[in-house]
Design a protein around this ligand. Structure first.
Ligand SMILES: [Zn+2]
Length: 427
């Protein structure tokens, strides 16, 4: 692309001299050899484009494959998150059960503790009685005894009661110890469960951050695929324009040769008729047709010239490959800038309704482009004359307002190689 742009620029300087000289008319042989050269250039460019389109296809395929991988990774992570959530729920319910168990054990311990305390008090009271009043009671018990046998019985009874109290107390204490051990065990269970929940929650956090990462990756893959697809569409559009160009150039040369032959005939007859526009059902003011090879493509004011400028969409510095002519009103005509043949008239995502015209002027090929039309009135292969209406001004495609974006190419159309039309086309 860059190499062809340079070669065209050099050719431009040479051909412009002959065009401005006005008298130099190339021979038919030269025209045909130059046409063949141009067609071979176009074929090379198309081969380049096709290989770029293939590369774009491969990239799109690979991006799609990567997206499938990321999707399945996302599914896997989703399942793992479900599992950990289930695990957390399960452990939480076990924790609840364990807490209930602990609280029950605590209640039981409390009951036994109270029992122990009461019995302890009772035993202390009795022991105090024996100590303080033991002798008196013992004497009164003995004195109250009817016989020696009674006395033995009574003493034995006192001892039995004391033994029984002691046994009950020991039993209660061992019950309490057992419950406390049980409580300690359940408390350990609870600690373990709580640790498991914390581990599961950590795992869940990790999985969720993985999920976010994968979702972001998927988003950028989708964006990349969209860009690759847009790029491929641009290249396909370019390829179609190139394909239409050869036949349009051939026809433009034939038309020009016929026109020159006719002109020569008329000059010989010394009856030169003035050139007139054939018109095209104009409903608003068309620009007046200039006498040179080119005429102004639309009436209105030039709002943006050829060269570096700030992109109206992105705000970034960019290169404007054409001249913008803006005008208001519903039916502003766009006219062919010179005699020629329509290369293509189609709808482009960026240029909107766009027409490409190939011109053969004194054996030299030029191409003009008319973008953002509200509609066009010509079709591929159609012959048009200078000043003939080809459509209406609009804002279709990537346009901020109603205007004509006009481009001029020195030679066949080639991506990003439009030249400055100022000085060639009257504005
Ligand atoms: Zn523009």
């Amino acid at each position: 692309m860059r190499r062809s742009l340079l070669s065209l620029t050099v050719a431009s300087a040479v051909c412009m001299g002959s065009l401005l000289g006005g008298t130099a008319i190339k021979t038919e042989a030269e025209s045909i050899s130059s046409l063949k050269q141009k067609q071979s250039d176009i074929q090379n460019k198309q081969a380049d484009l096709n290989s770029s389109i293939n590369k774009a296809d491969q990239k799109i395929d690979s991006l799609k494959g990567q997206q499938v991988d990321v999707q399945s990774e996302l599914t896997r992570i989703g399942l793992a998150i479900d599992n950990t959530n289930k695990g957390i729920q399960d452990k939480e319910s076990k924790i609840q059960d364990t807490k209930v168990q602990i609280s029950k054990l605590q209640d039981e311990i409390k009951v036994i503790q109270e029992r122990i305390q009461k019995r302890n008090e009772l035993l202390k009271d009795r022991a105090r009685n024996y100590q303080e009043n033991g002798n008196v009671n013992y004497v009164s018990v003995l004195m109250g005894a009817q016989s020696f046998g009674d006395l033995i019985d009574l003493a034995g009874a006192v001892a039995t009661i004391m033994e029984a109290d002691k046994a009950i107390l020991q039993q209660a204490q061992s019950d309490k110890q057992e419950l406390e051990q049980k409580q300690a065990q359940v408390q350990t269970d609870l600690d373990n469960l709580q640790k498991m929940v914390r581990d599961l929650e950590n795992l869940n956090n990790k999985l969720n951050s993985q999920k976010t990462q994968q979702a972001n990756l998927l988003g950028s893959l989708q964006q990349e695929e969209k860009e690759a697809t847009d790029g491929k569409m641009d290249m396909q559009e370019q390829s179609q324009i190139l394909a239409a160009q050869s036949s349009a150039i051939q026809k433009a040369i034939q038309n020009e040769q016929a026109r020159q032959a006719e002109e020569a005939k008329q000059q010989a007859a010394a009856a030169k008729a003035p050139t007139s526009s054939s018109g095209g059902g104009t409903t608003a003011a068309a620009p007046s047709v200039s006498s040179g090879s080119f005429t102004r493509p639309a009436s209105g004011s030039v709002t943006s010239g050829y060269g570096g400028r700030t992109d109206p969409f992105t705000g970034a510095g960019t290169f404007h490959y054409g001249v913008d002519i803006a005008n208001s009103g519903p039916n502003v005509p766009i006219v062919a800038a010179a005699d020629g043949v329509v290369v293509t008239a189609h709808v482009s995502s960026s240029y909107g309704n766009v027409v490409y015209i190939s011109h053969s002027i004194n054996g030299h090929i030029y191409t003009t482009v008319y973008a953002h039309m509200s509609r066009y009135m010509v079709s591929e292969g159609q012959t048009v004359t200078k000043g003939q209406q080809i459509g209406f001004m609009g804002s279709s495609g990537e346009a901020t307002g109603q205007h004509l974006h006009f481009e001029l190419y020195n030679g066949p159309w080639a991506y990003h190689s439009a030249i400055n039309p100022t000085g060639i086309v009257p504005f």
